[in-house]
Design a protein around this ligand. Structure first.
Ligand SMILES: C[S@@+](CC[C@H](N)C(=O)[O-])C[C@H]1O[C@@H](n2cnc3c(N)ncnc32)[C@H](O)[C@@H]1O
Length: 437
């Protein structure tokens, strides 16, 4: 075919180069994926739609081997490939779990299984799956404490809670782990150590699919909703795609259909849910760029800083906001301050003569032009304060955290996205002021 040297040809070649850059690097020839595919085939899974690949921006994921159209089935993973709390009960751990009082949770059963099978190495029937699992994670529980303090609120608090929760799980599970000693030649204290539990917990938290199982007596009352799904769990998240996923009772397989077309050789995504970046970092250890669900939170302390302590109704206003759940989840988003944030600001801005109208304010009524204006002015001030705070943290991150590169990059990405959201909000607030007669 004749090569086009004109502008159209150049454009086409540039577009192709760009698309090539977005395509991933195929890694299906690597031994670990060959072994995994063999293992899956033995369990009835064969796949012609996807192959593992490394992608710029999202890391390891699955690439489409052919164009996928809306409505296509992306993957159908047989039940035999799934790792559930039921799998754990059928293993040699089952008898020990059945006897243990108070009963362990389905989550702890899965964690225990992962640690035990990893320890078994070559002898584990799950080895091909274990070999492709990440060695480390970037959930807040695994972040350096120096970095945790640079996270925005309320993520910082939730991150500390996550750390503490895993710690408490470890302490409270020690006796159960010891009860497994007859199964191991080595000391269980060495096998089931804190970092092994942290790794297993992050594996379950970041990779399981939701699958509700009936309550079993040998487990505690915590819901049994987890299933590890080898290979399927290589699918990365994109907030802009739509998929349908469910366990098919007839075929006894876990199926995912896409509603978003995908070109051949591009990354196939699923959507983990309409999560903002704080939630993505907390639960999955990553941040999505241009996430439409992302927002920046305004803490009650920051909010109240902008209102005079001399306001005689201040205490009553704060109580009203608290009682009506208007002190949390106040945010700036890509489309400016949220309705909840503006409403809280309007209540706090009510003049002495307007205070009686607080109920109408909560319902969204306009009380006065000056009340509206004060709320917008305060929103702009808070927005600028948060911009400065975020810029300050970004500078701090650049300065002295050389040794923690991956983790710093993650916090930097979260804060940079926050900065973009705040700058967009500041612009919207400024335009609102300019548009006023
Ligand atoms: C179910 S796994 C997906 C496969 C994973 N990338 C892997 O290599 O095993 C979920 C993890 O993938 C990563 N991930 C998912 N979506 C991502 C995205 N859009 N950008 C960056 N990392 C992503 C996060 O580390 C997350 O915890």
């Amino acid at each position: 075919m004749k090569k086009s040297n004109g502008r159209t040809g150049r454009k086409r070649r540039r577009r192709k180069r760009l698309e090539g850059f977005m395509d991933g690097v195929n890694c299906s020839h690597q031994l670990e994926y060959i072994e995994l595919k063999k293992w899956l085939k033995e369990r009835g899974f064969e796949d012609s739609n996807l192959r593992p690949a490394e992608f710029w921006g999202t890391g390891r994921g699955l690439m489409a081997t052919k164009a996928l159209r809306a409505g296509d089935l992306i993957i159908s993973l047989p039940e035999k490939c799934l790792l559930t709390a039921g799998t754990v009960l059928s293993s040699c751990l089952g008898g020990y779990i059945g006897k243990w009082k108070p009963p362990v949770s389905p989550l702890l059963a899965l964690c225990t299984f992962l640690i035990a099978e990893k320890h078994a190495g070559e002898k584990s029937p799950w080895k091909p799956y274990l070999d492709v699992l990440p060695k480390t994670y970037t959930c807040p529980a695994c972040l350096d404490p120096d970095l945790l303090i640079l996270l925005p609120e309320p993520l910082k608090k939730k991150a500390q809670e996550q750390r503490m929760m895993i710690h408490e799980l470890f302490v409270s599970s020690k006796a159960f782990f010891s009860s497994l000693q007859p199964l191991f030649a080595e000391n269980t204290g060495i096998i089931f150590n804190y970092s092994a539990l942290e790794w297993a917990w992050c594996t379950v938290n970041t990779r399981t699919i939701y699958m509700k199982h009936p309550q079993r007596e040998c487990f505690s009352l915590e819901p049994d909703v987890y299933a590890l799904a080898p290979y399927l769990d290589l699918l990365n998240h994109n907030p802009n795609v739509q998929v349908k996923a469910a366990f098919n009772e007839q075929t006894r397989s876990y199926d995912i259909w896409t509603n978003s077309p995908c070109k051949k050789h591009q990354e196939v995504f699923i959507c983990y849910g309409p999560h903002d970046n704080q939630r993505l970092l907390l639960e999955y250890g990553f941040v999505a760029m241009d996430n439409p669900h992302s927002s920046v939170y305004v803490s009650p302390d920051t909010l109240l800083k902008y209102f005079s302590p001399l306001d005689k109704q201040r205490k009553a206003k704060v109580s009203i906001l608290k009682d009506h759940d208007f002190l949390e989840n106040l945010t700036f988003g890509w489309d400016g301050p949220s309705w909840r944030l503006l409403t809280a600001l309007k209540v706090l801005s009510l003049g002495a003569d307007e205070f009686a109208c607080w109920r109408r304010t909560l319902l969204g009524d306009v009380i006065s032009a000056s009340n509206e204006q004060q709320a917008l002015d305060t929103a702009a001030k808070i927005c600028h304060f948060l911009i400065e705070e975020t810029q300050h943290v970004l500078l701090q991150l650049k300065r002295d955290k050389e040794n923690l590169k991956t983790h710093v990059a993650l916090v930097e990405m979260l804060r940079s996205e926050d900065l973009r959201i705040l700058q967009k909000s500041a612009e919207i607030l400024c335009n609102l002021n300019l548009a006023k007669p």
